[in-house]
Write a protein that binds this ligand. Sequence first.
Ligand code: TYD
Length: 133
Amino acid sequence: MSLINLLEFPMLGDDRGSLVALESGRAVPFDIKRVYYIFGTMEGVSRGFHAHKELQQVAVCVSGQCRMLLDNGTEKAELWLDAPTKGVAIEPMVWHEMHDFSSDCVLLVVASEHYDESDYIRNYEDFIEQVSS
Ligand code: TYD
């Protein structure tokens, strides 16, 4: 599978404005157990810097933009999340970093599991070791 798996969400707009629906098994390729969002990120702050062992996630900037770096241990790729209809899958064992948050950025993430710190790999050397073993 390619490192960047972009998801284009259908826009259910009408003359009143726009609407996007994220449904398990449809726009999102797993059962959603958790939703969180990152906003009010201070200028110059980057976030992420971890991989997950099992967790599947999809991220979308519902407002503003940020730059996401994905790294599977052999290949790195970057993309801008800059539209409420543009999602990206964050697969297990993919190191990810988010940079250049706009001040109006609201980064929404849907996840396949509840929060579990033991699923995180927060050290890059540990990630490289585990991904190549
Ligand atoms: P973290 O995943 O480190 O944020 P990021 O990768 O975006 O920089 O999470 C920051 C803090 O929030 C950390 O103490 C764990 C906590 N947290 C939860 O309690 N529940 C959650 O669903 C998430 C994503 C984080």
